[in-house]
Design a binder for this molecule. Structure first.
Ligand SMILES: [Zn+2]
Length: 903
């Protein structure tokens, strides 16, 4: 499908800048006025003019242009007429005489606003422990917001060298991609200029006491040149920050920067970063391409983090934590994000996608690498098993009719923003893991190294990677991957026994959540065929046989040496497909569940069973009866599926059916919790081993479920005791139990509890604790309290970077869903104006919890009338998930109304 890639580029041409003028180098100078919320700057862009022209097009948005000119290599100047085209985010420079081919400098003076929407050049603020407020100026350029900071050729394949300087307050820290080359104090630069005269006149009037006017001293910070890189990686952070001492990792100085007073939370990130950096140096076989590496935590950030070369910016909870009080999941989150961003320094920063249709590979690959690096650093965490849960999230979106192929045509910038989703990250990484496992990890690694070495400082197409791996592995990689990349969805493989188990027939169909009768008008199934690398295990008496087969057409066969008692597909659990067995085969497989199957395989079996319950191939009664076989389960990830099903059923049940849910939780979850111990008296933050930490995580999950949906009196009263201890000393109980106790108390909590949690949220000393109490405010059942929570999402008490997620959390809480849904509709216009655009579709995920026919109709009509730019597809996915829920509820009405445990 290489022609298809070429086609993508051609179709995009009208939205792209011409290639007749190409930038080589930017000399960029910026002067932010943080208090005023403005900035000004100049840029000198050295460009190569390839064909004679009297017009140059650049990208530019929300900037005012004071002056622009072009200078040739002999110093001859041509003044430009400037035209801004806000719709197409462009600046046109027109010249009276044409620019001859050769080297030119474009010099532009401009000014802009430091915005509050977390993109381009924006403001972020915090109060330190003494209550003093500090405001930072921060940049976020990916995908297409560098153009809000300076006029530029804002497409990833216009790679150039950047020489950046800034004029900032004398006491501010200024960070960019490269190390500081020089710093010089500027003595009142304004003196003698009209602006300074105006300023001093004004202050003379206001300060009659005759005190000298207070002009903040400034300094000029000049950074060293960067390597050749894309505009979307340009970074600046300016303001009051503190740093850890630099440590050297294979010759690269590494530091963590934090808001004032928080460097004590940086030690863990520093350890992860140091381990990952050295892992990647070895894995890729290429030294880290930057001169230094700063990891910077800022109080307001749109994404989890951003891989700016040498200056990676994070939201606080993705970088900072207190190891003594952080739960296992919180440690994993920081390890993941740090490793992910560092993986990008090579894959993304050094070798970069040519255009945004390749964004998925950039992100999928970094997600794959974050797992690999963490797995090497902490093998006990069994990171690839936990990744099964993320793969499950991709399955649930990719099983929809409204899913999309991993790679799709990107014409306009906003198309690229629709790519930051579970299909890019989790599905993409799953497909890469499937490939790696099929080829063998070493030939895969050699292919990656070959790809990076051949394309460093350049731009690539997706197929360049497949070709490089194909060369090293001598396998038909491109053909196999195209079937996963250019069509949406995934197959379900049916295994049927022939000749008493000597032969097994495997067939593939595309999996859908929507029942057949609801999609009869769509003919997609017949065209979807995947190249599925299938790994299997078969039981021939006492012997276990493993093997692999590549299924490329409708069906294939496995012939074994003898008759197998059972056959398990997707052995090892790495494949991106579901499996289906007949009742007899399933019974044989689950007979010795705990002795024969690995946890990840039990996870797959149960997760596939739940999926087929949602789409109606298995009825709910059958699911319940199989679920009892998992009561003795001790694996946290398998429990995630069971608890996920319970939480889903909590959104489906009507008033009269809630007691059945409670009964089921008490039959399934409470005994499992009692087996581990409702509360381990010795459990504290002193984790003796990683296994204990994982067991603690399971205890926390079961505890939270039993104390909320199970309403277990014992658990509720234990939660009170634990929370009492926790308030006195954060380290007196295990972090996993602390989080669970907080959610139990919220669910069962009153007004006083709410006030207490608001206090805890406001005075939290770690980002994790702040987040824990913030989300607890969405977990109450009292509508008046939930209303207060919703108010905080608009009045500034909850930061913009979190507010949309809190709205979503209340919508997913069955006690608050209608309230939150109405709140969102009423405040829609304000939210669209104040929340970052990419967060709107994520907030709307809350509608998947509105499982009733009336609300489905209401949601459909809301989104018909209110367009979510950049999120059309995501919104249709949410609505389809909601529809799947409504069909399920209607279909299973009878089963839901009876007791669930007497089947
Ligand atoms: Zn990434």
């Amino acid at each position: 499908m290489s022609t298809e890639t070429r086609l993508l580029l051609d179709e995009s041409v009208s939205y792209r800048l011409p290639r007749s003028v190409v930038p080589e180098r930017y000399d960029l100078h910026l002067e932010p006025e943080i208090e005023a919320g403005t900035f000004s700057g100049t840029v000198d862009i050295a460009v190569n003019v390839h064909t004679e022209t009297n017009e140059v097009l650049l990208n530019c948005l929300e900037l005012t242009i004071a002056q622009a000119k072009a200078i040739d290599d002999k110093g001859k100047e041509l003044i430009a007429k400037t035209g801004l085209d806000a719709d197409n985010e462009r600046l046109k420079l027109s010249f009276a005489k044409s620019l001859k081919p050769g080297l030119w400098h474009l010099q532009i003076q401009f000014a802009g606003i430091l915005n509050e929407r977390l993109h381009g050049f924006y403001l972020s603020s915090y109060s330190d422990s003494s209550g003093t407020k500090h405001t930072l100026a921060v940049t976020q350029c990916e995908p297409t917001d560098a153009r809000r900071i300076f006029p530029c050729f804002d497409e990833p394949d216009f790679k150039a060298v950047y020489k950046i300087s800034v004029l900032v307050d004398q006491d501010a820290v200024a960070l960019s991609n490269s190390p500081v080359q020089s710093e010089k104090l500027e003595k009142s630069k304004d003196v003698g200029t009209p602006a300074a005269a105006a300023k001093s006149k004004k202050s003379d009037k206001s300060e009659k006491s005759g005190k000298p006017s207070k002009v903040k001293a400034k300094k000029l910070v000049v950074f060293k040149e960067t390597m050749k890189m894309s505009t979307y990686l340009v970074a600046l952070v300016i303001g009051k920050l503190e740093a850890t001492e630099p440590i050297m990792v294979d010759g690269t100085p590494l530091r963590v920067w934090t808001p004032a007073g928080k460097t004590n939370l940086a030690a863990f990130a520093e350890k992860v970063a140091s381990a990952s950096l050295s892992f990647f140096n070895r894995y890729y076989g290429i030294k880290y391409p930057g001169e230094k590496l700063d990891l910077v935590a800022v109080p307001d950030f749109m994404f989890g983090a951003m891989e700016n070369l040498g200056c990676v910016i994070f939201r606080e909870n993705a970088l900072l934590l207190d190891e003594k009080t952080a739960a296992q999941a919180e440690l994993e989150r920081v390890a993941d994000v740090v490793a992910h961003e560092l993986a990008h320094m090579w894959f993304g920063d050094l070798a970069t996608m040519r255009w945004w249709n390749g964004l998925w590979l950039n992100e999928a690959f970094a997600t794959f690498m974050q797992m690999l690096a963490t797995d090497e650093w902490k093998p006990d965490w069994k990171r690839w098993d936990t990744f099964g849960v993320s793969r499950g999230q991709a399955f649930s979106t990719d099983g929809l009719l409204s899913t999309r192929p991993i790679e799709f045509t990107v014409r306009r910038p906003e198309d690229a923003e629709g790519m930051f989703d579970v299909l890019t990250y989790e599905k993409g990484a799953s497909v890469l893991r499937m490939l790696e496992q099929y080829l063998g990890s070493e030939s895969y690694r050699l292919g990656i190294g070959h790809y990076l070495n051949s394309h460093k400082y350049e731009n690539t197409e997706t197929t360049d990677l497949w070709d490089a791996i194909e060369e090293k592995s001598e396998q038909p990689v491109r053909q196999m991957m195209d079937s996963w990349i250019f069509q949406g969805g995934y197959p379900i493989i049916h295994a049927s026994k022939e000749e008493g188990g000597k032969r097994w027939l495997l067939t593939q169909h595309r999996f859908f959540y929507l029942p057949e009768e609801k999609r009869s008008h769509v003919k997609q199934e017949s065209v979807s065929r995947y190249h599925v690398p299938i790994m299997y295990t078969a039981a021939l008496g006492k012997e276990r046989v493993t093997g692999r087969v590549l299924l490329t057409g409708n069906s294939t066969e496995i012939t074994l040496a003898g008759q197998a008692d059972w056959l398990l597909l997707n052995a090892g659990g790495h494949g991106f497909y579901r499996c289906a067995y007949s009742d007899d085969e399933l019974a044989a497989l689950t007979k010795n569940l705990y002795t024969e199957l690995a946890p990840i395989e039990r996870f797959g079996l149960l997760s596939d069973l739940w999926a087929s319950t949602l789409n109606g191939n298995t009825d709910l009664k059958t699911f319940f009866s199989h679920s009892y076989k998992f009561k003795a389960e001790t694996d946290k990830n398998v429990w995630t599926v069971l608890i996920g099903a319970i939480v889903y059923l909590n959104q489906v049940v009507g008033k009269g059916q809630r007691s059945s849910l409670k009964e089921y939780v008490n039959a399934m979850v409470v005994p499992a919790l009692e087996k581990i111990g409702i509360s381990d008296k010795t459990a504290s933050t002193k984790k003796t081993s990683p296994q204990d930490a994982v067991k603690e995580q399971l205890r926390g999950m079961l505890f939270a479920c039993a104390g909320t949906l199970g309403e277990s009196e014992d658990v509720i009263s234990e939660a009170e005791t634990l929370y009492g201890r926790y308030k006195k000393s954060r380290t007196s109980i295990s972090p996993a139990l602390a989080a669970a106790a907080v959610s139990v108390l919220a669910y069962n909590g009153d007004d006083a509890q709410y006030k207490d949690f608001v206090q805890q949220f406001k005075k939290a000393t770690t980002p994790q604790e702040e987040e824990r109490f913030m989300y607890a405010l969405a977990g109450f059942r009292d509508k008046a309290l939930l209303s207060k929570t919703l108010e905080k999402t608009l009045n500034g008490e909850i930061r913009t970077q979190n507010a949309p997620y809190v709205v979503r959390a209340v919508m997913l809480n069955p006690w608050g869903r209608e309230l939150a849904w109405n709140f969102m509709k009423e405040n829609w216009d304000i939210m669209m104006k104040t929340y970052p655009e990419v967060m709107i579709p994520r907030m709307c995920e809350g509608v998947t919890g509105l499982i009733s026919e009336d609300l489905l109709l209401d949601a459909q009509s809301h989104f018909e009338q209110n367009d979510v730019k950049q999120g059309h597809r995501t919104i249709s996915q949410h609505l389809e998930k909601l529809a799947v829920g409504v069909y399920f509820k209607t279909r299973e009405r009878q089963t839901l109304e009876r007791s669930w445990i007497k089947h």
